[in-house]
Design a protein around this ligand. Structure first.
Ligand SMILES: Nc1ncnc2c1ncn2[C@@H]1O[C@H](COP(=O)(O)OP(=O)(O)OP(=O)(O)O)[C@@H](O)[C@H]1O
Ligand SMILES: [Mg+2]
Length: 341
């Protein structure tokens, strides 16, 4: 056995070139997916980038925005560009954990129990208005997100790969909602805020949707297979992060914990970001670098994503909240005042 291994010809240098070619081909397909998404989502480049970062890292997204800002449309469009299965769950206060996980039923004819999988067994899941679901449902969902498996009636079931949850919540409604606890928010890779479109974009939205009503909907230009998504993820996660950039990441996140960067901003923070936040920012930065065609992460990848990766992981003091400060504002301030390299 070992003799055979020693006698094996040195194939590695020859095998490298085709592998790089395949990587480039997959990146092109990801860029086609990005263009297809952007085409149907006017002025939503930031949201499109975040969706792709989630896809490329195996991360889950929490999208916040007022009603009617194309959140559902964005996720549906992403699913049109993927070969995996798609499910949508509308959360209400009477939702039960089994409505997500599935349930075991007794088959009288066969004399056996049969597991009927719920929506969590799809590759891409849109969980609309997650803050309307009761805490038991939220914790079933977030456990699935953290562990990629669920346990029903004592049996553990693996969830598919890729498995991506995109949850939405509406910031203006408070009545009848169950805000996600901080520990559960930490499960989301990114917290994305969708803004109102500007006038020029809104005008383009009218033309686009009018065209679609007249049956001129443009199909997605690609449909990525599960294998392609996994290959793209491997390539994205292999993006290089220099030691100096890792130091920057740590400095930035430490700014939420110690007074080293900005004592005035730190004083507003009750719960700082955990190492999971630092890791999330690094991984998201890798995916952004990959999307921008680089084989290495640059400080801008980190600074651009810092608010989305960290703001939902920190808690404000009651005084800072009463003064109208926001976690996004605090992270933005830390980014502005942390030395990058
Ligand atoms: N940026 C945009 N690009 C294209 N269409 C848009 C855009 N913004 C809004 N729309 C259109 O507005 C309508 C509402 O979109 P959608 O249902 O996806 O919103 P939503 O954010 O999911 O709303 P809700 O919070 O109520 O679920 C759709 O017809 C959609 O095509
Ligand atoms: Mg919606």
């Amino acid at each position: 056995m070992s003799g055979q291994a020693l006698a094996a010809p040195p194939v590695a240098p020859l095998a490298e070139a085709p592998a790089r070619k395949a990587d480039a081909g997959i990146r092109d397909r990801i860029l086609q997916l990005r263009d297809g998404l952007s085409h149907g989502l006017i002025g939503a480049e930031k949201l499109v980038e975040r969706l792709l970062i989630g896809l490329l890292t195996g991360g889950h997204l929490l999208i916040e925005g007022a009603p009617g800002l194309a959140k559902t449309r964005a996720v549906k469009r992403l699913s049109d560009g993927l070969d995996g299965s798609f499910a949508r769950v509308q959360c209400t206060p009477d939702l039960m954990p089994a409505d997500l996980t599935g349930t075991t039923v007794w088959r009288q004819d066969a004399g056996t129990f049969e597991f009927l999988p719920g929506p969590l067994f799809h590759s891409l899941i849109l969980v609309d208005e997650v803050n309307r679901a009761p805490p038991k449902v939220q914790s079933a969902l977030l456990e699935a997100m953290a562990e990629s498996q669920i346990t029903v009636s004592g049996h553990t079931h693996r969830l598919p790969d890729p498995f991506m949850v995109v949850a939405t919540q509406n910031p203006i409604e408070h009545a009848g909602t169950f805000p996600l606890p901080e520990a559960q928010l930490d499960r989301f890779l990114l917290h994305v805020v969708v803004e109102m479109p500007d006038e020029a974009s809104e005008r383009r939205i009218l033309d686009l949707v009018e065209g679609e009503l007249n049956h001129h909907a443009e199909a997605m230009p690609v449909k990525l297979s599960v294998a392609e998504v996994i290959a793209a993820r491997e390539a994205a996660l292999a993006t290089y992060v220099s030691p100096a950039l890792k130091d920057y990441l740590v400095r930035l996140v430490s700014g939420t914990r110690t007074d080293a960067v900005a004592p005035d901003l730190r004083a507003s923070i009750e719960h700082p970001a955990s190492p999971r936040g630092t890791l999330a920012l690094m991984v998201a930065g890798k995916a952004r670098a990959y999307l921008h065609g680089r084989d290495h992460v640059v400080p801008e990848d980190i600074s651009e994503l810092a608010a989305d990766a960290l703001s939902h992981r920190i808690g404000l003091t009651w005084r800072a909240a009463a003064e109208g400060r926001t976690t996004r504002g605090i992270v933005g301030g830390l980014v502005a005042r942390t030395r990058a390299l």
